[in-house]
Design a protein around this ligand. Structure first.
Ligand code: GDP
Ligand code: MG
Length: 370
């Protein structure tokens, strides 16, 4: 699709249209003044005049926001909270994630349950909770840099024998900046050197003040290693989630965020998606970041094939043309052709963006009105 006519390009370059038409003819392109030029032709002409192009083509159609409708209250139902675990290295994030998962393995899945994707779902008191495996700060930085917000609630793990450390502060700042509520998990309470009061004291500096001290932050003392305090933590998660009134429309066109993605030798591009609204189905036409495709197969968090994935559900999909990036957003389109067009347009935009990054030359006003 053209972005500029011959005449418009001539104006931008302060040249006569006829001159541009001649140049084009010389390059083997027959064109008239009102003809749309494609990006390659524009670049060719510009290079003839030693003008480097830094383009940002804003194609309204490629903006997902245009397609994501405001949901009517009557279509909304409760959805599970999406939780990330953050904290300083070695304070017990991985151990806690493992302890939570193992504590809630359902009877049918008992024994040999292995997590296949970077997120999992558990059930407590008939309510589900989704945990993301991405280290909290990464989830925040990579995803937020793309404008995605996936986390509803953040668990800040602080080792009781070590106290508040640099990454603890970094993590809590990320959560605060994103407006995500924090539950403090004071871990390693089994250790002789555990000093939970010190942790609470240190965190008051960052306005995380326990209820007992007149604040409103929930602190849970636990030992991830010994599986102590896990149930209490889960209860607190449900409590906060309930207050947040998290909702989604399961009937909408699925929308969400890429948690992780890679190229699999046998299966091609594989992406773990978190569905945030709507329901994702097998053979849905989907645009994911700057690529697109059709959902070929879907696996849930324990590696089972599923046909659908509703709000707050993580699934691994195949069927994309290329590997997207963590933090990319996805959207399903009813019309396969539209999905392909938008995917291709977004791809083209991305390619142009990297190209102009490489040339590092800009011409301030050339295409600013496109
Ligand atoms: P991460 O870097 O935050 O993911 O921390 P890990 O989960 O890998 O834990 C770091 C170390 O602390 C490991 O050796 C764990 O076994 C240990 N650890 C984690 N939780 C506890 C706990 O509750 N008590 C004790 N004593 N050790 C723990
Ligand atoms: Mg870890």
């Amino acid at each position: 699709q053209g972005t500029l006519t011959v005449g418009e390009l001539a104006d931008k370059l302060n040249k006569d249209s006829s001159e541009i038409i001649k140049k084009l003819l010389f390059l083997g392109v027959m064109a008239t003044k009102n003809q749309d030029l494609d990006d390659d032709a524009i670049e060719l002409i510009c290079s003839e005049y030693d003008v480097k192009v830094e383009k940002e083509i804003i194609l309204e159609d490629t903006d997902f926001n245009k397609y994501i409708a405001e949901e009517k209250e009557e279509n909304l139902i409760e959805r599970p909270a999406v939780v990330t675990i953050m904290g300083h290295v070695d304070h017990g994030k991985t151990t806690l994630l493992d302890a939570i998962r193992e504590s809630k393995v359902t009877a049918g899945e008992a024994g040999g349950i292995t997590q296949h994707i970077g997120a999992y779902q558990i059930e407590v008191d008939d309510k589900k909770i989704t945990f993301l495996d991405t280290p909290g700060h990464e989830a925040f930085t990579s995803m937020r840099s793309r404008g995605a917000q996936v986390t509803d609630l953040s668990i800040l793990v602080v080792a009781a024998d070590d106290g508040v450390m640099p990454q603890t502060v970094e993590a809590l700042n990320h959560a605060k900046a994103a407006g995500v509520p924090i539950i403090v998990a004071v871990n390693k309470m089994d250790k002789d050197t555990a000093n939970p009061d010190r942790v609470m004291q240190e965190l008051t500096e960052y306005e995380l003040i326990p209820e007992d001290w007149g604040g409103d932050t929930i602190f849970v003392q636990l030992s991830a290693l010994q599986n102590k305090g896990i149930d209490e933590l889960l209860e607190m998660i449900l409590l906060i989630a309930e207050m947040q009134e998290l909702k989604a429309n399961p009937k909408a066109q699925a929308f969400g965020t890429v948690i992780e993605a890679e190229l699999d030798k046998g299966r091609g591009p594989v992406a773990t998606l978190l569905v945030q609204n709507g329901t994702l189905h097998i053979s849905d036409s989907i645009v994911v970041g700057n690529t697109n495709g059709r959902v070929r197969a879907m696996l849930n968090d324990i590696g089972k094939r599923v046909k659908t994935a509703g709000p707050s559900t993580p699934v691994e999909i195949t069927g994309l043309n290329e590997v997207p990036q963590a933090g990319d957003q996805f959207l399903v389109f009813e019309d396969e052709k539209k999905a392909r067009q938008i995917g291709e347009a977004r791809h083209q935009q991305a390619v142009l963006a990297t190209r102009s990054e490489h040339t590092k030359v800009s011409l301030d006003d050339l295409f600013e009105h496109i």
